[in-house]
Design a protein around this ligand. Structure first.
Ligand code: HEM
Ligand SMILES: N[C@@H](CC(=O)c1ccccc1NC=O)C(=O)O
Length: 283
């Protein structure tokens, strides 16, 4: 006699899965799904606005995690706990790569599809993303003008301002090199952290010592390569943004008031960790 194939119902029964959650915390409770899944409020009647909203909301969630990891990685470097920092920096780079691939989903939106939504966006723009600005500042791309869009929200301004005033990931890395006896000039160990980073031959010379003798400076060498991974991924993100914008709105001005593609193209020239790149030519 053959036993009958199990039915979906009998499988659940045999597993003794809990089915009554009246008195227990559920998946949705734990993840606050009521809040998250009721936060998509399209303003247009257009089908594609849901994609646009979810693309941005998921990006903001990943940015939240990046900031969480970046902040902890900076503290770990500042307190000489490098293995922990490496774990967190690797995660930040993987998140950035995730955001790079996310552009593929948004690129399914054609120019006419976006044109149907765009008037409903009014003057809102990614330019006003405070988490994005915190990431740029944490990575050392400081620019006082970028605080202005947040002036009307003192609570958010305080967060962006804190990232603006704090040493960046790279600043903390250079301070670590100095603590390890490498010849990082004093001007790069203590300074007004709100000033844009200025590349220095002396800093490059310090990194060169690391890269010329990796086995003696293994963890600093690994730090240099983690920073390279991160900037590499960030450059790809900027490039995919630029290309997606060009294919969707061409050379129209941005809703945030910038030239659009022209502005985003200029941002491709930003170098976050200049000496880490320059030293490769001099090795
Ligand atoms: C069709 C999709 C998109 C278009 C047409 C677009 C367009 C633009 C434009 C024109 C700017 C320049 C600022 C302005 O004048 O508005 C900008 C900035 C920005 N966008 Fe987008 N964007 C798109 C998707 C996204 C997505 C998915 C994100 C992810 C969160 C994003 C994040 C940003 C950020 C952070 C900035 C500021 C960049 C900086 O200051 O360096 N954008 N976008
Ligand atoms: N700057 C875009 C608008 C835009 O992309 C946007 C608008 C509201 C919320 C997020 C946006 N995404 C990134 O900039 C545009 O000029 O079409």
């Amino acid at each position: 006699m053959t036993t009958p194939d199990p039915t979906p119902e009998s499988i659940v029964h045999a597993e003794q899965a809990r089915l009554d959650y009246r008195d227990a915390m559920t998946y949705g409770d734990y993840l606050q799904l009521d809040a998250i899944l009721n936060a998509q409020k399209p303003r247009s009647p257009d089908h594609n606005e849901m994609l646009f909203i979810i693309q941005h909301q998921t990006s903001e969630l990943w940015m939240k995690l990046m900031l969480h990891e970046l902040g902890a990685a900076k503290t770990a470097i500042a307190t000489d706990r490098l293995p922990e920092a490496f774990k967190m920096l690797a995660r930040v780079s993987r998140i950035m790569e995730q955001l790079v691939h996310a552009w593929d989903v948004l690129a399914t939106m054609t120019p006419p599809e976006y044109s149907a939504i765009r008037p409903y966006l009014a003057q809102s723009s990614g330019f006003q993303s405070y988490q994005y600005r915190c990431i740029e500042f944490s990575l050392g791309n400081k620019n006082a003008a970028m605080l202005r869009p947040h002036e009307h929200r003192p609570d958010l301004l305080a967060q962006v301002q804190a990232a603006y005033e704090a040493p960046s990931l790279y600043d903390e890395s250079l301070r670590l090199l100095a603590r390890r006896g490498l010849p990082v000039p004093a001007s790069h160990c203590e300074r007004d952290w709100t000033r844009p980073y200025e590349a220095s031959d002396a800093v490059e010379a310090a990194w060169l010592q690391v890269y010329r003798d990796p086995s003696h400076h293994w963890d600093l060498y690994q730090l240099g390569e983690e920073l390279t991974d991160l900037e590499d991924a960030f450059r790809l993100w900027r490039f995919r943004h630029l290309t997606t914008v060009e294919r969707v709105i061409g050379f129209k001005r941005g809703t945030g008031g910038t030239s659009g593609v022209g502005y985003l193209r200029k941002m491709l020239d930003v170098v976050l960790f200049p000496e880490i790149w320059k030293l490769r030519t001099d090795l």
